[in-house]
Write a protein that binds this ligand. Structure first.
Ligand code: SF4
Length: 494
């Protein structure tokens, strides 16, 4: 692993700068204001005549950025961070001689940048050009963003009094090697009933809050973990408790991601609850890969679960794939796409493998696959979606992604998942229930967001569920001026 000595007058920006260094060097050890790195970078700042001047220097090369101070603390802070990152980016690009697909961008929601430019009165074309100019985003990725925004603009915009509903079931039947979700294995099942008891209580209290604040549910999403890892009677209990929320939403999704958790009884419970969309996630159609990544099911099980759901009447089934899984090459990924095309789901999300710190792959010190190969896989995914007449409708990026690519959701016309869009664009309030769930309130002021987090530990959640409901109440009773500022700068403008 390479190490970098970063001498900076703003150590609070060192993580931001390190993100750019990782675009070029992968995992690095960052030595802040310490000698001994393989590379040595100096970052300086000064304010002169109402301008911030930022420079960075490495191996005799110096780059500079400057911006007028606006007097708005939030904007100035954002620009300061951006300039530091851009300086490091210019140094890296000059040294390593290549341009990453997303240029200098390291944030998870790149489309927000285009929207931010459009909010200044620019057209989509002008906003895209501006984003390309500032952040050096490739034309290929810019075109994906434009297609996504074009689709999103045809969909209903969340209103101030609307709210998305999230319910988390933090259990799964075994741990996929790439998984970093909060999920405990079902194990001996002892926690399942107490968890559902607590969740029912939280749903009840949340309903009361919703009524009092006159919030209108918009999109419903049950995820986790894998909700269908609950036995059918417990799943039915959650669905019954959530029914008053679900029936007021235009879209109701339940993750049935693991085919080995799906059976007729559970699907019937979902149908009875009027779930409109489920996810049955193959990830790959190669059995040897499934075993390698700890998914204890076969491709045949995926196909059987999919066909059962279809036969029982589900008319929107989503399927997720991952490009760059360990041991896979382009032709294997193409085979997965061909197989998926034959099944004809209404939507699919093509993920790119990312090795998150909380995953087993990270523990095993697995390496990311070749970036060029993964880029070709992502292109193959886009081409297959087009053949299936699907349009891209949302995207997000993650840290430590193979080839610095992205995850893109595709859907047939009128099948885009509003909840996914709302999450990625941060355009809707969220009332979230369950261990580790995060509720979100958007204040009137643009970009002003405050969150309330539920505890992640399942036992703690069970013991403290009343407190979790109270946290949400406090969030919705907080006056805007009392809320601590939590702007979207971290995700929007990086
Ligand atoms: S199925 Fe989903 S939640 Fe379960 S272990 Fe795999 S990635 Fe994690």
């Amino acid at each position: 692993m390479k190490s970098v000595s970063l001498y900076t007058c703003a150590p609070q920006l060192s993580n931001d700068m390190a993100e750019v260094l990782r675009l070029y060097m992968g995992n690095i050890t960052l030595l802040v204001n310490e000698a001994g790195g393989d590379f040595c970078i100096t970052h300086t700042e000064e304010i002169k005549e109402n301008q911030r001047l930022v420079s960075a220097c490495m191996e005799g090369k110096t780059v500079q950025e400057s911006a007028d101070l606006t007097g708005d603390e939030v904007i100035d802070k954002r620009l300061r961070r951006r300039m530091a990152k851009l300086c490091i980016y210019s140094l890296m690009k000059a040294h390593f001689g290549f341009t990453p697909p997303w240029g200098s961008l390291t944030g998870i929601r790149p489309t927000r940048l285009v929207y931010a430019e459009m909010e200044k009165g620019r057209t989509l074309d002008e906003a895209s050009a501006q984003v390309q100019r500032i952040f050096d985003v490739s034309s290929e990725k810019l075109s994906v963003m434009r297609d996504i925004i074009t689709v999103q603009q045809t969909l209903p915009v969340p209103q101030q009094d609307e709210i998305d509903i999230y319910i988390g079931i933090p259990f799964c039947v075994s741990r996929c090697a790439y998984c970093s979700f909060l999920s405990g294995e079902v194990g001996n099942g002892k926690l399942l009933t107490p968890y559902v008891d607590a969740l029912e209580r939280e749903i009840q209290l949340s309903l009361r809050l919703l009524e009092e604040k006159q919030l209108r549910p918009r999109a419903f999403y049950m995820g986790g973990g894998t909700p269908t890892s609950l036995p059918a009677p417990l799943l039915a209990r959650v669905l019954t408790a959530a029914r008053p929320l679900m029936e007021r939403c235009s879209e109701v999704t339940v993750e049935a991601g693991r085919p080995d958790t799906i059976d007729r009884d559970k699907l019937q419970a979902l149908l009875d609850a009027r779930v409109t969309r489920i996810s049955v996630n193959p990830q790959t159609m190669h059995d040897e890969t499934l075993q390698r990544i700890g998914r204890h099911h076969t491709c045949k099980q995926t196909e059987d679960a999919y066909r059962l759901a279809r036969d029982m009447g589900f008319d929107h089934i989503n399927m997720d794939l991952i490009a760059g899984l360990p041991g896979e090459n382009l032709s294997m990924f193409r085979q997965t796409l061909d197989w998926l095309r034959d099944l004809s789901p209404e939507s699919m999300t093509v993920h790119t493998l990312s090795i998150k710190r909380a995953s087993l792959l990270h523990l095993w010190e697995a390496q990311l696959p070749d970036g060029d190969m993964v880029a070709d896989m992502v292109r193959a995914g886009a081409a297959a979606a087009k053949e299936m007449q699907m349009e891209p409708y949302y995207l997000y990026r993650q840290k430590y992604m193979a080839g610095n690519q992205e995850n893109v959701g595709y859907a047939l016309k009128d099948h885009a998942c509003l909840y996914n869009i709302d999450m990625m664009e941060e355009t809707a309030n969220v009332l979230a229930m369950g261990a580790g769930a995060a509720s979100k309130r958007l204040f009137d002021r643009k970009g002003f967001i405050k969150r309330a987090f539920n505890v992640s530990d399942i036992c703690q959640y069970i013991d403290r569920v009343e407190e979790m409901a109270q946290r949400k109440r406090e969030l919705w009773e907080m006056a805007e001026e009392d809320a601590k500022e939590e702007t979207k700068e971290g995700t929007v403008l990086s």
